[in-house]
Write a protein that binds this ligand. Sequence first.
Ligand code: FAD
Length: 463
Amino acid sequence: RSLAMAAPAVHTLTKPPPPYTSRHVAVIGAGAAGLVAARELRREGHRVVVYERESQVGGTWIYTPKTEPDPLGLDQARPIVHSSLYRSLRTNLPREVMGFRDYPFMARADWSGDPRRFPGHAEVLAYLKGFASEFGIEEMVRFEREVVKVGLLDANDNSKWSVKSRKKGNGDEEDEVFDAVVVCNGHYTEPRIAEIPGIDTWPGKQIHSHNYRTPEPFKDQVVVLIGSSASAVDISRDIAPVAKGVHVAVRSSEGENLGKQPSFSNVWLHPVIKLVHEDGAVVFADGTSVYANVILHCTGYKYHFPFLETNGVVSVDDNRVGPLYKHVFPPVLAPWLSFIGLLWKVVPFPQFEFQSKWIAGVLSGKIALPSLKEMMENIEYFYAELEAAGIPKRYTHRQSKTQFLYNDWLADQCGIPGMEEWKKGMYSAASQNKLARPETYRDEWEDDDLVSRAYEDFARFTS
Ligand code: FAD
């Protein structure tokens, strides 16, 4: 049985008859998740307010050269820069799979003018702005308003939420009461860093990839980069042409060739760092070492909800946000509190869209949730399966192969078609292509047949 679908039988309750109920709903964040949530909630007849602390929509996709003063992002009082994008970033998914269903992410002259299949970040931001403008979403957004506190108005009533927000600049605070809150604040802003024995006396500089923008500061430096995620791979390639040496320390060397990397004159792959010394040496688990100027942590992010007060009903434990039914609803507070976009190793925008439709339908009463007991049992079962499979807690929201089953389950709840088959095929083809051509997968591929299928599908929405 697949992990995403693991569950004891859940009985769907009888649907209440129309008319469905319109709720007053707060959405936190106007990134891709908040935008599609706002659209779907309003389509379902809800009254929506979106809070966004930036002055524009797009979230992660708003590139800024600005970085935070604490390069590791450990200081909780630091001024936050939301986005973790680096200047050279191109998408790691083909554009055709990335978009929302009826607003295809095809090459269009009126966006950033970047027609590539794996475009630069400016094109994704232009797409999201186009989406917001096409569906009049911005009129629901209160810009430059940071949500600082979300809690129940009355501890005995789950269906009235107080949302406190603060205006950027003048600090003006505002309280408003809502029936429901949908959290869409993203999860690529709060760095996780590696623990390294000896680091306190190591003389070099440390930085987290959240604060990496351009290669120039690494000119002639010896850089040890920790991690094997998409960012680690991209950033090592970004700095290699200017750095003296790039040493990538990876947790698992399965299938990877340690040592000097064949396509580069100055990139090496190592096992994890064992310890570092006062003299600048970085020692790897196999006993080899290098003298380095910089350690660059590409070690991921933590879920972080500093504004949320649920008296422990929802917590983050070793990067597991829980308990959550299907990664969305905390059963005790369902459906009045929900989360969109917690899953990773997925195709994000289409999944946000399914989750949004589900939440909108549940809030209106069109879609029923199982009982509290059934939801809790389902979560327990899911956790037990993760444990039995040896999957660490911090991977609770990592989905990868099970995402399509999960998306189709959501679609089924909503009574709409599941994810397009060409999209699933294209995701697999892109993943395989990336393994086969790690350096060139963004510019060379063999799935043109799927691209044609995608554009046939897009024509339904564009002609
Ligand atoms: P975000 O885009 O982070 O939006 C959250 C919003 O909430 C922000 O606008 C923020 O300002 C706002 N906010 C946060 N806290 C508050 C608060 N307290 N009050 C008010 N507003 C608040 N996805 C892909 O599909 N393809 C890719 O190629 C790809 N590459 C990526 C590369 C990198 C380096 C990263 C970090 C992510 C990448 N992603 C990619 C995933 C990306 O995160 C998702 O595509 C998507 O943008 C996430 O949207 P979101 O709305 O969940 O979060």
